[in-house]
Design a protein. Structure first.
Lengths: 427, 539
């Protein structure tokens, strides 16, 4: 077999688990089943989670414009120049990184808001552990084996995956694009999500691309198993049908492969517009782990971090544009998150080390824009130990979305998050 | 789908002998390839490996036990923990429980197989001389049958056919026990030719008259079952048709002379000599071996380059099995990369292979109740995937081994593929549990630990893929697994150390619960993902 064919073949192989992994194609016969909770889930609200893996530098994302000298002093080698940062209508104290032009527009239109200094008590500085905390919604010193969104979906669809899909919920409960199913979707026994591991697989599926390679004994066997997998996976079909309903999307998307996050969100927009009842989508991009050289030496507005943020801004901007073009903008809200922020003081190698609290963005036609909370105080004599203290618990964001976006009853919200958290006026 | 010919011949393979080749050989001749076994054989030579796999003399395994007493029932004759194969009595109650004990025991033998081809050959012969415990309905006979297959697994095929003819289990299953001169029963006489020896290939031309003649030769053999544990086939001259039996031109118009009295028994030898004089016997068996060990489709080139020389070896060695296996399994053709990964795992290979490759820990012999229960879990998992050992669908064995053109693709359908995925998901997550709190489940850390440097995420993924898959994965996909799973979405070479740190921390501070959970979950996800890919279905 030629190398090209080999890769093509094997890549398609990877497509499958995408649709299989997660719930691994439990091909369970569906008997229609309505759950009490499904009643108020009949609305068509959708949440999109955008993971910025690696720990985004919040201070260079949302700049404390009211403390510019302290800011510049704390970050002599990476501070963004005053005249380049992006200003926000009605919020003079904060400014955005110069890369975030699309997010600036959304903010000024009232379609995007910022929650300041999000974290949790006793922040953890390990990527893996901190990611786990964000995904499970646990306290810093507790280990929980289920994801916060998984518990939510389990609350609404308690018997999943038994008797799913069914007439009331014919579609995947949650879809992850661009990775394996995240712990966020882990339910008590099963993951509530399924993954489309990479966009190519998605397009192969909906375009019904035949695997024409397999010029070999094993390749021919593999083809057969792959075909069978697709036939077996009940969700492959509904995903394909939904996608095929949408024949045109916004023309503002960058070319496939240029911006991986935009590629992922393009699929999400298509599936939402195609009518999937899926409640939560998750996409991700990285790596924000900018320990060194996060900016260009001469021009602090360009470089690694600028590119990462550009990607996020462009992707969310075109995604919002597309949702409105497809006339589904009102039913979607999204939020970004990262496992932690970075230290206030930059390090000697032109980067920032693992830190604590950081701002996050939320967006959508129906959100309440603005800035929640205040800028972190940048100490004038900053040391390497200074961290941004928490103002808002990340679970307050989850709670506000569950209660005010998904209309989950307050006691159910508490059930899902295992505690009572303050509401934030984000939606 | 055009699959190109594979033209490498039967000549001895003299290429590289590395873990790659050793893995291929072990996956085919045993159930899964354990890393320890791969390392062991890769450090020897191909020749030494083949000799050890095929020539090692296996001792007879200890027989199955009474694992089945419970609150509601106790075997009146056999104490819990004693073997029931010595029992002199059995009612329906015992038979049902003993049959399950037998299947669990057999599964245990496969899971704990020695480094030999023996257990694969027992399964091969079980499929070949198919019989069903549900129809035979006599656990002792079924055990004796299994013992017989084990005894002859690598012996002489002609002797095996004779032993099978006198086997109580087979005398019952194919009605030889009812075959007498007054009303000959043709069942065994037919299958002896159609399924067991000359087959139905294009070179086989036995006739209906030959079936009838063979049935008459076989009259008089019946089960002697006065002492249950010593049940055996005997020849009863009073039931024997002692007239001459005329065979067709396929058998060169041979006449099996009728013999009177006790001598009538020798007609069986005369008939087997006549059947085994047909070259087709050797070809039929070699084709079946080829399909079992190499690839399902036999095209003209394979027939000529592989089957014919193998069949010749078989005949030249008077139907000894070992020389044929050695020739096939050390051939260029067998080690042709084109044949790697070309077989879809049978359910038994899938389930038992998983237990072995992940080195799943079962309870010890002294905890035989739990031990048998877990073995039975594995057996039943395979059974739900449509391979119930002890009870093939019919006398032809499992379709996957003979049904043109689908063959092993038959194992994979919209019912069984999800079951395979559910099984691997289960084994990596919760496993099977018992009320005693015992469980069998994959230990992802122990599995990762055996590799050369699990702290290096690339190496960990590479070595895992090498062991679990036959055809590898493109670098791009491995990269994806690394970043998406082991690194929680962190990208770039600079991020590898986060996995390294987490792994090393696990070694240094095994009590750090959150780190342990994190590493365990990542490994689980990695292995679960790999087992969900279609590649994992191939061997």
């Amino acid at each position: 077999m030629k190398r090209k064919e080999f890769i093509k073949n094997t890549l398609l192989g990877v497509a499958l688990p995408t649709f299989l992994n997660g719930i691994s194609l439990k091909a369970l016969a569906g008997t229609p089943l309505m759950h009490a909770l499904s009643n108020y889930m009949n609305d068509d609200k959708v949440l999109v989670l955008v993971q910025l893996a690696g720990g985004n530098d919040g201070i260079n994302t949302v700049i404390p414009f009211d403390q510019l000298s302290a800011y510049t002093n704390a970050r002599t080698n990476i501070a963004l120049p005053e005249n380049k940062v992006l200003r926000l209508n009605g919020f003079d104290a904060v400014a955005l990184h110069p890369s975030l032009t699309e997010l600036q527009n959304l903010f000024n239109n009232g379609q995007l808001g910022i929650v300041q200094a999000v974290s949790y008590p006793k922040p953890n500085f390990s990527h893996f552990r901190a990611t786990d905390i964000w995904m499970t919604g646990s306290d810093s010193d507790k280990i929980i084996n289920t994801g916060w969104a998984g518990r939510f979906l389990n609350e609404v669809y308690p018997q999943f995956p038994n008797n799913y899909p069914n007439a009331a919920m014919p579609d995947p409960l949650a879809i992850q694009v661009g990775s394996v199913v995240s712990s966020t979707f882990q339910g008590p026994s099963f993951t509530m999500g399924l993954a489309i591991s990479n966009p190519n697989n998605f397009y192969n599926l909906i375009e019904g691309k035949e695997n024409v390679n397999s010029n070999s004994r094993w390749g021919e066997q593999l083809n057969y198993i792959e075909e069978m997998s697709l036939k077996t996976d009940q969700y492959a079909d509904v995903i394909k049908k939904a996608a095929l309903k949408v024949t045109k999307q916004s023309d503002k998307y960058p070319a496939q492969g240029k911006n991986p996050l935009a590629d992922q969100l393009k699929i999400v927009a298509r599936l939402i517009a195609g009518g999937l009842k899926t409640k939560i989508y998750m996409v991700n991009t990285g790596s924000f782990d900018t320990h060194s050289k996060q900016t260009d030496d001469a021009d602090k507005t360009i470089g690694t971090h600028a590119n990462l943020l550009k990607r996020v801004s462009e992707a969310i901007g075109v995604f919002m544009d597309d949702l409105n073009y497809l006339q589904v903008g009102d039913k979607v809200m999204g939020m970004t998150f990262s496992e932690f922020g970075r230290r206030i003081k930059s390090n000697a190698s032109g980067g920032t080390d693992h830190g604590a609290a950081a701002p996050l963005f939320y967006f959508g036609n129906k959100v309440k824009g603005g800035v929640i909370g205040t800028n972190p105080i940048i100490p004038t004599n900053v040391t390497v130990n200074d961290n941004v203290p928490m103002q808002n618990d990340f679970r307050s964001v989850y709670a506000s979305i569950l209660q005010n976006w998904f209309a989950l009853q307050p006691n159910d919200v508490q059930n899902v998050l295992q505690k009572d958290f303050a509401m934030l006026p984000i939606v | 789908m055009e699959v190109p010919q594979v033209n490498s011949g039967i000549k001895k393979y003299r290429g590289k002998w590395t873990k790659v080749q050793a893995t291929h050989l072990l996956k085919r001749t045993m159930f899964g390839a354990k890393k320890d076994d791969v390392d062991y054989f890769a450090s020897a030579s191909l020749r030494k490996t083949i000799d050890e796999l095929i020539d090692t003399v296996e001792t007879e395994p200890a027989p199955p036990l009474n694992n089945y007493n419970d609150d509601k029932y106790a075997d009146p004759e056999i104490k819990s923990g004693d073997t029931w194969v010595t029992a002199t009595k059995q009612t329906g109650m015992e038979i049902g429980r003993r049959k399950n004990s037998l299947k669990a025991w057999w599964t245990g033998l496969m899971i704990n197989q020695n480094k030999t081809i023996q257990e694969k050959m027992v399964l091969f012969w079980h499929n070949h001389f198919s019989s069903e415990t549900n129809i035979v309905d006599n656990a002792t006979w079924s055990y004796l049958h299994n013992k017989l297959l084990r005894q002859y697994a690598l012996g002489n095929f002609k002797e095996l056919v004779k032993a099978i003819t006198l086997d109580p289990n087979m005398l019952k299953y194919l009605n030889g026990n009812n075959n007498n001169k007054k009303a000959p029963d043709e069942n065994y006489g037919r299958e002896l030719q159609e399924l067991f020896t000359v087959g139905k290939g294009s070179g086989s031309h036995y006739t209906e008259a030959d079936v009838k003649a063979a049935a008459r030769v076989l009259t008089g053999f019946r089960i002697e079952n006065k002492i249950l544990p010593e049940a055996h086939g005997i020849f009863d001259a009073t039931r024997h048709d002692d007239t001459d039996k005329q065979f067709s031109s396929f058998y060169n118009n041979a006449i099996i002379k009728g013999r009177k009295g006790k001598d009538g028994e020798q007609e069986l030898d005369d008939m087997l000599d006549m059947i085994f004089a047909q070259e087709e016997v050797s070809k039929f068996i070699c084709r079946k071996l080829y399909r079992f060990f190499v690839y399902h489709n036999i095209d003209e080139a394979t027939e000529k380059n592989i089957i014919e020389p193998l069949a010749k070896t078989f005949r030249k060695n008077n139907y000894e099995i070992k020389p044929v296996l050695k020739q096939l399994l050390s051939s260029r053709h067998f080690f042709d990369v084109s044949n790697y990964g070309s077989i879809i795992k049978s359910p038994i290979d899938f389930c038992v292979g998983l237990c072995r490759e992940y080195n799943i820990q079962f309870p010890n012999n002294d905890d035989y109740v739990n031990q048998y229960a877990f073995w039975l879990n594995i057996q039943q998992a395979a059974s739900q995937m449509q391979q119930n050992i002890g009870d093939p669908p019919n006398v032809a064995g499992w379709q996957a081994f003979y049904q043109v053109p689908q063959f092993d693709k038959i194992w994979i359908n919209s019912d069984t593929l999800p079951k395979r995925n559910q099984f691997t998901d289960r084994m990596i997550n919760n496993g099977f549990g018992r009320p005693s709190n015992k469980k069998i489940v994959i230990d992802p850390i122990a599995f990762a630990q055996q590799f050369s440097d699990p702290s290096d995420p690339d190496q960990l993924i590479n070595e895992t893929v090498q062991l679990l898959y036959r055809m590898g994965l493109p670098d791009k996909e491995k990269q994806y697994l690394k970043e998406g799973i082991l690194l929680s979405g962190l990208q770039g070479m600079m991020s590898d150390h986060y996995w390294t740190d987490a792994w090393n921390k696990l070694k240094d501070k095994p009590d750090d619960a959150s780190n342990k959970k994190d590493v365990t979950n990542k490994l689980k996800k990695l292995f679960q993902y790999l087992m969900n890919l279609p590649q994992y279905q191939l061997t």
